[in-house]
Ligand binder design. Structure first.
Ligand code: OXD
Ligand code: MN
Length: 589
C-alpha cells in the first residue's frame, strides 16, 4: 500500500521497523469508516472479535485476551534513559542499548506472516497547539480498532504533522504472547516506545499510559508543561458559570465515578450540572492569563467494567451502549450481550466466562468477568461530556484535587496553604489497601500524584518540576486533598460518597472563589462545619465534625512513613519538600 505521507523522518523509521519485523503486508490506517469496517469484518472472521447483539449494542464488539495477559505489567515496564540515575528509584531501568538489542531479538521477523498496521494518531484535538502526534506500528487489528476509539487517527493527523520530526515512535508486536519475553520499553530521550508479547490494552494502546503519561511527563519537563494522571471535571452553577477541576487518585478510589458524577437531586433541581472533560489523563499548560489550562489528550474511556452499573456510574454505562469494544467480560449467549459482576442482579444462566468456558452466573462460584475486564468507549457517547471537551486550548483549572483511601488520618477535605504545600500534599499521597483486596486493612502505599507507575523520569525531579510550574504560573490552581473513605470504630464509612461528593466539590469551588472562610489546622485549611451542605443527608453536624477532625497521633505515625519514602529520593528530593515536612512536624507537636 502506498505511504500516506512524504515525511522522510517517518518513512525512514518505518523502513527500519519493516526491516526488523519483516511483515507480509503493510497497511496505513487512514481513519476512513470504509477501512475500519473492513478491519472489523476481518477480525470477526478470524475470531479476534465477536459482534454483539447489534440491536441492543449497535457497533459493539467483544474480545478476549489470553488469561496471562489481562493487566498492565509493572515489573515488565522499563524506563530506558541513558543514565540509570535519571529513571529514579521508583522505575525499572534498562540501558537503551540493551533494551534495543533485546527488543530487536524479540521483534525480529515477528510479523513474517502478518500484516503491519501503521496508525498515525493525535493525542488531543487534531491540530491543537496543546496536542502531540504519535505513530503506533502494530500487528493487531484489535489495537487499531481500540486506538481509533481512544485517540484521533488517520490522514488528518499526517496533514498536521507535514514534514516535522516531532512525533513519538511506537512499535507494538504481539509476537507469540510469551509472558517471559513481554517488555514495555520507553526511551524518553528518543521519543520511542517498544512493546512486545502482550495484547492487553494498558501495555499495547501506546497512546495512553506509555505516551500520554510516561513519555509526555518527560516532554513536559523539557517543554514546561505537565502530563498528569488526572480526570477533568466542569461544575456549572445555576447562573451558567462553569469552573473546572482536575483530580488524581490511585486506582480503586473512584476516579471514573467522580469524572462522571451526577449531583444530588436537590442541586439538580436548582440547576447545578457536572460536565466530564476527561476520566484519566490531563495535559496542563500555563497560558497568558497565568492559569493552568488542561486538555484531555484522549478521545475515549478505557474503563474497568466490573462494578459499573446504573447506580454507581450511569454515565459510564450509557457511554458503552454503542461503538464500544468489551474485553474479558462475560457473555450472555441467549441474547449475545455482555455481563459483568455488579452490573445487575441478573447474571446469564447460559453464558461464557471471560476465559470462554461455559458459565452459569446463577449457580457458579467463579467470576464471569475478569476483575480488570474493560470497555473501550468513545468519549462523545458520554451523556455528561462537556461541550468544551475538545476545546483546542483546554479549560482553565481552578482547583487540583489529590485523594486516597485513608480509614483514619486524612479528613474528608482540606486545602493546602500554598502551591508549595500542595505539592507536598501530592507527593505524600497514599492509599490504604482494603480487607477485601488483601486481607490486611490499612497497609499504606505511597503513590505520589497517582503517578508512581507512570512518571517517565526521576520522581525527585518530577517534584521539582511541579514546584517550578507553580513559580511560573502567576495564578495557579488551589490544591486540595479529599478522602471519601474515612471510617468509624466499627469500620463503617462515615461519608456516603458517589454523587454526594458534589457537596465537597462545592466547598472547593467556594474556596477558589473566596466565598467562604476556613479553619487553620496543622495540615492545612479545614472547612467550617456550617460550610459543607449536609441538607438531605443522613448526617449530623457531630458526624461531619468527626469527618473533618485531625488526629495528631495518626498523623505523627504517618510522618514516619513519609520520611522513609522521601529518603528514597536522596539529594534529588527538593528542599522545599523537606521544609514542608518540617513544618508539618512542628505543627503537630
Ligand atoms: C488505568 C490505570 O487503566 O490507571 O487507567 O491503570
Ligand atoms: Mn489510569
Amino acid at each position: 500500500m502506498k505511504a500516506l505521507t512524504k515525511n522522510s523522518n517517518v518513512l525512514k523509521w518505518i523502513d527500519d521497523v519493516i526491516s526488523m519485523t519483516k511483515p507480509a503486508d503493510v497497511m496505513w490506517i487512514d481513519g476512513s469508516e470504509e477501512q475500519l469496517k473492513s478491519l472489523r469484518e476481518e477480525a470477526c472472521e478470524s475470531g479476534e472479535l465477536r459482534p454483539l447483539n447489534q440491536e441492543k449494542y449497535p457497533g459493539c464488539y467483544y474480545h478476549r485476551t489470553k488469561p496471562n495477559d489481562v493487566a498492565r505489567m509493572e515489573d515488565r515496564t522499563f524506563i530506558c534513559s541513558n543514565e540509570k540515575e535519571n529513571a529514579g528509584p521508583t522505575n525499572n531501568w534498562k540501558s537503551p542499548s540493551e533494551a534495543y538489542k533485546l527488543g530487536t531479538e524479540i521483534l525480529e521477523n515477528s510479523m513474517a506472516n502478518r500484516t503491519m498496521y501503521i496508525i498515525p494518531y493525535s493525542m488531543g484535538p487534531v491540530g491543537s497547539p496543546f496536542s502531540k502526534i504519535g505513530f503506533e506500528i502494530t500487528d493487531s487489528i484489535y489495537v487499531v480498532l481500540n486506538m481509533n476509539i481512544m485517540t484521533r487517527v488517520g490522514q488528518k493527523v499526517l496533514d498536521v504533522l507535514e514534514d516535522s520530526n516531532d512525533f513519538v515512535r511506537g512499535v507494538h508486536g504481539k509476537c507469540n504472547l510469551d509472558e517471559n519475553k513481554r517488555y514495555i520499553f520507553h526511551f524518553p530521550e528518543d521519543n520511542t516506545i517498544w512493546s512486545c508479547n502482550s495484547a492487553y490494552g494498558g501495555n499495547v494502546l501506546l497512546g495512553k499510559k506509555c505516551f500520554a503519561l510516561r513519555i509526555a511527563s518527560y516532554q513536559g519537563l523539557k517543554e514546561n508543561w505537565m502530563a498528569e494522571h488526572m480526570l477533568i471535571l466542569g461544575i456549572e452553577n445555576p447562573k451558567g458559570e462553569v469552573k473546572y477541576v482536575t483530580a488524581a487518585f490511585p486506582s480503586a478510589c473512584g476516579k471514573t465515578n467522580l469524572a462522571m458524577l451526577i449531583p444530588p437531586e436537590g442541586y439538580r433541581a436548582k440547576g447545578y450540572k457536572v460536565w466530564t472533560v476527561g476520566d484519566d489523563i490531563s495535559w496542563l499548560r500555563i497560558r497568558e492569563d497565568g492559569r493552568l489550562w488542561a486538555i484531555n489528550p484522549e478521545a475515549g474511556f478505557f474503563g474497568v467494567a466490573p462494578g459499573t452499573n446504573k447506580k454507581s456510574n450511569f454515565n459510564a454505562l450509557m457511554s458503552t451502549m454503542k461503538d464500544t469494544i468489551f474485553t474479558n467480560v462475560a457473555l450472555n449467549l441467549d441474547d449475545n450481550s455482555v455481563w459483568w459482576e455488579r452490573l445487575d442482579n441478573n447474571p446469564p444462566e447460559n453464558g461464557l466466562d471471560w476465559k470462554g468456558n461455559p458459565w452459569n452466573g446463577k449457580t457458579s462460584k467463579e467470576k464471569g468477568a475478569h476483575p480488570n475486564s474493560r470497555f473501550t468507549a468513545p468519549a462523545k457517547n458520554c451523556p455528561s461530556i462537556s461541550p468544551n471537551w475538545e476545546a483546542p486550548e483546554g479549560v482553565p483549572i481552578s482547583a487540583m484535587i489529590f485523594g486516597g483511601r485513608r480509614a483514619k488520618t486524612a479528613p474528608l477535605v482540606y486545602q493546602s496553604r500554598s502551591w508549595k504545600h500542595g505539592v507536598f500534599v501530592g507527593s505524600t499521597m497514599a492509599s490504604e489497601t482494603t480487607a477485601a483486596a488483601t486481607g490486611k486493612v490499612g497497609v499504606v502505599r505511597r503513590d505520589p500524584m497517582a503517578m508512581l507507575p507512570f512518571c517517565g523520569y526521576h520522581m525527585g525531579d518530577y517534584f521539582a518540576h511541579w514546584l517550578d510550574m507553580g513559580k511560573k504560573a502567576s495564578n495557579p490552581p488551589k490544591i486540595f486533598h479529599v478522602n471519601w473513605f474515612r471510617t468509624n470504630d466499627k469500620g463503617e464509612f462515615l461519608w456516603p460518597g458517589y454523587g454526594e461528593n458534589f457537596r465537597v466539590i462545592e466547598w472547593i469551588i467556594k474556596r477558589c472563589e473566596n466565598e467562604v472562610d476556613a479553619n487553620e489546622s496543622p495540615i492545612g485549611f479545614l472547612p467550617k462545619v456550617d460550610d459543607i451542605n449536609i441538607e438531605g443527608l443522613n448526617m449530623t453536624k457531630e458526624k461531619l465534625n468527626d469527618l473533618l477532625s485531625v488526629d495528631k497521633d495518626s498523623w505523627n505515625a504517618d510522618i514516619e512513613g513519609i520520611e522513609e519514602f522521601f529518603n528514597k529520593f536522596g539529594d534529588r528530593l527538593p528542599n522545599e519538600l523537606k521544609e514542608e515536612l518540617n513544618t508539618l512536624k512542628n505543627n503537630l507537636k
